[in-house]
Structures are given as C-alpha cells and as structure tokens.
Design a protein around this ligand. Structure first.
Ligand SMILES: [Zn+2]
Length: 240
C-alpha cells in the first residue's frame, strides 16, 4: 500500500551518511516516523528541507514496523516567521512537543492536526500567551484529558461563590464538597469562566477573551499544574 498525506515535522535526525529519520504529525495517520533514504543526495523527490515548523506533503508506505519508508516530501507551508520570534517559537514547540508526548504512534486525530495548523497561523498576529492557553485548553479536550470546568466533580451542581480546583481529579470542587478532598487550590471566578468559554467556543472566538493579568497568570498556572500531573509535560518557559 502506498499513501499520501500532509504532516508537521516533529523531529528529525540524520541516519548514516545520506539519510534522515523524521517524525511527522499527519492528518490521516497521526504520528508517524519514517526514513528518507538518500535525503542528502540531489533527489528531486525530496524538495522540502524539512526545517522545523514546516507542513509537508508526504508519500509513504504504511506497514506494521515502527519506521516507514518515505519516498517523497514536498513543502506545503513554512512558518518561517517563527524562526525570527523566540517567544512564538517557544509556544510552537509546546504545540509540537505536547502532541508528541500525549499521542502515541498512529493515534490519528484530524481535529488535533487542524488545531496545530490553526494555532501556528494565529501565532503570526495574535498575542502569544493567549494563543498558547487557548491551544492547551482545546488540546486537552480533543486528546481526552478535558478538565471539568462546568460543575462540581463531586455533586455535579453548578459552582457557587467559593470554588476550588483539584489537579488530581481534574476539575472543579464546590465549597460544600471541599472538606472531603485533598490538595485543593482556590480558583477565581474569572479563570473558571474563561477556561469554560475557551472549551466551548471556536479558537478565533476564544482569542477575543481579554482576561486581566492576574487571571491570565492563574489560567497558565492551572494548565501547567494539570499538564505536569496528568501528562508529565512542563510548559515552564512559557508560564511566566
Ligand atoms: Zn460539590
């Protein structure tokens, strides 16, 4: 079988004298790893440089083994602006590395693919922190780790005045239920409303949120704690 797809370069390393082994997050196959034999020889089949932050068209041969043969690669889009903006590049690395960490090989998820595509484009014009936390909230939903921000995890009642967040259980705990839980952290109403809004609106609408500085810090803090605990992934360089 021969297949054609598009994919974001995740990582690559040289193999022997002239070949490259690279991982891609593809639209139809999820994360794949392939060998590009003779990548450093003048071959017309390999017209993409496979730079970081590029979307490429690929032709490959899916099989049961871990490394597939990639016979063709062409550049579809180069997010070159990221190579001149360290802050945006750090956020883009979070998108790629988190996807790599949270999703296994061939764990296909076209919605995650589209989310990465959307988020990388927004980094060109929109506020970097905002694009980052909207991405994280949406990624958690699409990858099956969605924290509960609509109601109390215990009694399922709508949240009241004083509300807590449980990193361990992954969601909100109301004041009445709080004495039965450990390791809770008080969470502001604006933060709850903002994350709930991001979970339930399209990326472009969610970007219109304009939280206070304090709320933005809390959003990033909560997401960071959640990702560290449930996915062992740290966004440290971006959280301050
Ligand atoms: Zn409750």
């Amino acid at each position: 079988m021969i297949a054609k797809d598009i994919g974001f370069l995740m990582k690559r390393h040289n193999f022997r004298e002239t070949s490259v082994i690279a991982s891609f997050y593809t639209k139809k196959f999820g994360k794949i790893t392939g060998i590009l034999k003779g990548f450093y020889t003048p071959k017309k089949e390999f017209s993409s440089n496979l730079d970081i932050f590029t979307l490429n068209e690929l032709v490959f041969y899916p099989k049961k083994s871990d490394i597939w043969l990639v016979s063709f690669v062409d550049l579809v889009r180069d997010y070159a602006f990221l190579r001149k903006n360290i802050k945006a590049a750090t956020a883009a690395s979070v998108f790629i590395n988190l996807t790599d960490k949270a999703l296994g090989a061939w764990d296909k998820n076209a919605e995650v693919f589209n989310l990465i595509k959307e988020a990388l484009s927004f980094l060109e014009k929109e506020d970097t922190h905002r694009v980052l936390y909207v991405f994280l909230v949406k990624f958690l939903t699409l990858s099956g780790f969605k924290p509960e921000f609509g109601k109390c995890l215990n009694c399922h009642k709508p949240i009241d005045e004083e509300t807590f967040f449980s990193v361990l259980r992954g969601g909100l705990i109301c004041k009445k239920c709080s004495n039965k839980e450990h390791d809770l952290r008080r969470i502001g109403r604006e933060t709850i409303a903002s994350i709930f809004y991001m979970q339930n609106n399209d990326f472009i609408i969610a970007l219109r949120l304009n939280p206070t500085e304090e709320c933005e810090k809390e959003i990033l803090f909560i997401l960071r704690e959640f990702l560290c605990y449930h996915l062992e992934f740290d966004i440290l360089p971006m959280s301050s």
